[in-house]
Ligand binder design. Sequence first.
Ligand code: NAD
Length: 370
Amino acid sequence: MASFNLLLLPGDGIGPEVMTEVKKLLDWMNSTGVAKFETEADLVGGAAYDAHKVSITDQAVKMAGEADAVLFGAVGGPQWDSVPYDARPEAGLLRLRKDLEMFANLRPAICYPALASASSLKPEIVEGLDIMIVRELTGGVYFGEPKEIVTLENGEKRGVDTQVYTTHEIERIGRVAFELARKRGNKVTSSEKRNVMRSGLLWNQVITDLHKREYSDVVLEHMLADALGMQLVRWPKQFDVIVTDNLFGDMLSDVASMLTGSLGMLPSASMGIADPKTGKRKSMYEPVHGSAPDIAGKGLANPIAMMGSFAMALRYSLGLGEAADMVEKAISNVLNSGLRTKDIAAAGQNAVSTQEMGAAIIKEVQHIAG
Ligand code: NAD
């Protein structure tokens, strides 16, 4: 039986509440032999600050680097607003991303048919939507130098950011996209602004060459980023995997994620470089939402984003696609049955608690597994 080592970092606010539901699912998978999961847990964010005066310890970062996958809840909360800047809860998350060299951010936008009417678009446009945005996370205009505000001789100020990409950076994010497409709908849409940006021209050339050289079995199309923004709201189901740079990816992934309704529904993943020997990537899976201090401790949090993040870990880091299918199908079936946490309930509809939603999903996984 395959054996995996997972690090759980529940964090703050609703993080521990939604992680508890994943832990129950893991326990069930262990007991029935889906795989053998060994889990370790540690503190991150405000919880780590309270215990150690840092937002993550060196030991926890080391464990994250050694794990087959990291499951991360959420960090932050008003009680840590005045802690030193370097020890603020979010610094723990940023340190993990940096130390594990997480250069690829994966944000799926899946619209469960039962929630299609909750989208701001017409149900037929989004029902059954399943796309994946792969955003480059460590390069581009957010990090390029020079990055400054200078005062000119005439007293006017000038703000400068620099969009920079190298062949190597474009190739490695391209590889993530092509490899994902092979496990999904086998199509990649690469997006930039080659009509007005040199870096866009290079991006286009490098992705085209990489495709020809290593991934010609995958369908590749190129679309300018502004056109892609328009197509995302016009007919999003035409896409499978979209790969784009840090800036465009930031905007386009937010647009895509909101096609699907509530923040409590959205999983995500961050991937690092592949191990040269095993090909395995360091990876971290987390819900898109934060620690939701307004509902923390009340049993109101929707655990689906966290459980969906675990399903992504099963599929993309652990090679357990069938188990991932089971979890995703169970989520879909439970939503079809009409069960809702408060964030996705219709006005006046009875809502269930975090624990009740988690238990219903696990029961449905058991049912599907037979
Ligand atoms: P948030 O995502 O925590 O909450 C926004 C709104 O969505 C709130 O009304 C909340 O109740 C609701 N919500 C979020 N997740 C939900 C869920 N699973 N089920 C039901 N409702 C849910 O964003 P915020 O309020 O802007 O930030 C709160 C704290 O979280 C801040 O300290 C912020 O810095 C931090 N934060 C952390 C992360 C992270 O850990 N990755 C991401 C975003 C924000």
